[in-house]
Every structure is written in C-alpha cells, then in structure tokens.
Design a protein around this ligand. Structure first.
Ligand SMILES: [Zn+2]
Ligand SMILES: [Zn+2]
Length: 311
C-alpha cells in the first residue's frame, strides 16, 4: 500500500469543538481522477487519461494520452497499486503515454508487477480505412522481446503484461463482462469511432458506476445507450459543436452536444462529465451546455486536468 495514496484518500480531518476529536473520512468506493481532459491538439490540456480509485487505491488506468505522466505527478498520485489498464482505442491521444506511464509504474514498484491491459482488436486497414494493431500486438511492439522498449521488462522490477483483445466489430452488440474481482466489475462493448476499433467501458464497485464513451460517432450510440444505462457518471468525449459548427469530417468520428444530451436522458445517467474537450468546445462552452440542457436535466461537469470526482 502506498502511503501517499492513502493520505490522498483521506484528505479531510474534522476538528469538533474544543475536544479536538478527529474523524477520518473513509475512502470512497469509487473515485475518478482526470489526468487528461483534452484531445490531440496541444492546447493546454493533457490528452485522454483517467485514474480510478477503488476503495482509495489507484487500481485502474483508463487511456494513457500524452501529458498524463506530468499530471499524475502534479496530482501527487502514484501508479504503485495500478494493475488494470483499459484502452478505449489506439489513437495516439489515448495511448501515446503508455511507455512513460508504464515506466513510472515500474519505478514505483516494490516487487513484481502484473498488468492486465484490455483494448480493442485490430483492423487490417482495407481500402480507405487505416491499419490498427490489436492491443496485444501494440504491447508486443512496445515491450515484446524485440519491442521498442524491451528493456523495461526487467529494468526496475520484473513486469508481466497480459494483453486482452476485446472484439470491436460493430456486430458485437452485447456488453461483455471482462473482469469480476472482489466486488469490482468491468464490462465492455464495441463502440464506433470512424475506422478506429473502439471499446466502451463500464466500471462498477459497491453500487457505484462510471462509464467511458471513448471517442464515439453516431453509429456507436446504441451500444453506449445500452451499457451506460442508469450509470452514476458518464464520461462523454466532447469534441464537436452542433452541426454545422465543426468541420464535416469530424461528425464521422464524434458526437455533437445535442446528441450527448439525448443519450444521457435516454440512458437515465445520473451525471455527465464532458471531457476530451477541444478548443472549439472551450470557446463555446455556454452554447454546448445549453444544447445538452435541452434534453438532459441532470448534473453536467466540464472536466479539467486534476479534477477528482466521486460518482
Ligand atoms: Zn481522441
Ligand atoms: Zn480517437
């Protein structure tokens, strides 16, 4: 157990009257730390990355976008308890910091590390579509015996990586349980993000849940509606303005605010966290929130790097 994390999980001491009685708040069953709330452009936010604390321990890393390494340190958080990595898709703004974060994990260890890494299957790159490796192949290219960073496997601590490819074909329409362990449950379903194989994740613990849309276009919304049903917090990647406010090509990759509001209402989510914020969204924040409000009446928060939320 990392002492620093423990201290972070117990941030409030209450002093009652002159008796100076001290009460520590128990760690939340589920807490989200935003490491990166931005997208691919270098506009002041780190790219997509989140840390999920389970009973106060930073167990799960969701995406590993560039800049998240610095945000991890600024938040005085540590990956020393992290053993689960969930990748929504393999665009650089979601996985480009994997080597840096894995090395940070390696040097924070006091013993052998076992990482379970989930992400989408690959794509052969037919026609106009881009090629993507599978998640297992990405790990092999980075950390395999002939990988770019093969040295890391035994640098600071022995690392065992277990890669898991989640079927990301569009026909795979039912949520899949990928992890069930001591009350922690993670389910996944294929999303849709242009030609990039993508996965939507839902994390549940002690009756609380958080769901990550990943980058998602209109074709992925039925899957998101199904897996996000009644979730406590839906982290929705918010990149484009309502049409025609953004370049047409972006609507084949992302979901505009009016559709975000409609989905949040239809799925009965208890709270929305807008993240993966583009400069266009930052510049038109009031209009974006007003558009979502036309359908969805629940709480809406705009993410920023370093934000902590308890679903
Ligand atoms: Zn992205
Ligand atoms: Zn993307």
């Amino acid at each position: 157990m990392c002492v620093m994390i423990r201290r972070l999980a117990l941030p409030i001491w209450l002093f009652l009257g002159s008796s100076s009685l001290l009460f520590a708040r128990a760690p939340a069953p589920l807490e989200l730390l935003v490491l990166g709330s931005g997208g691919p452009g270098a506009a002041g936010r780190a790219a997509s990355s989140y840390l999920i604390f389970i009973d106060g321990d930073a167990r799960i890393l969701v995406d590993a976008g560039p800049g998240s390494f610095a945000r991890l340190g600024e938040a005085k958080a540590s990956l020393s308890d992290t053993d689960i990595v969930l990748l929504t898709h393999l665009h650089i703004d979601h996985v480009g910091e994997i080597p840096g974060l894995f090395k940070a994990r390696a040097v924070s260890a006091s013993g052998p590390i076992v990482f379970n890494v989930w992400g989408p299957t690959g794509s052969p790159g037919k026609g106009e579509d881009a090629y993507f490796p599978s998640t297992r192949e990405l790990l092999r290219l980075l950390f395999g015996p002939k990988g770019a960073f093969a040295y890391l496997n035994d640098f600071a601590a022995p690392i065992t990586l277990h890669g898991h490819d989640i079927p990301a074909s569009f026909e795979h329409a039912a949520p899949l349980e990928i992890l069930k362990q001591d009350g922690l449950r993670v389910t996944a379903i294929a999303g849709h993000h242009g030609d990039a194989p993508s996965v939507i994740y839902r994390i549940e613990h002690s009756g609380k849940s958080v769901t990550f849309s990943g980058d998602i276009d209109a074709q992925g919304l039925p899957a998101l509606r199904s897996i996000a049903k009644s979730t406590d917090l839906l982290v929705f990647n918010t990149v484009v303005l309502d049409p025609p406010g953004s370049p047409a090509i972006l609507y084949s990759l992302h979901t505009p605010p009016h559709a975000i509001g409609e989905l949040a209402k239809d799925a009965g989510v208890h709270g929305l966290l807008l993240s993966h914020i583009s400069p266009a969204i930052d510049a038109n924040r009031d209009a974006v929130l007003a558009s979502i409000r036309q359908s969805y009446a629940g709480p809406v928060t705009v993410a920023k790097d370093g934000l902590r939320l308890q679903p």
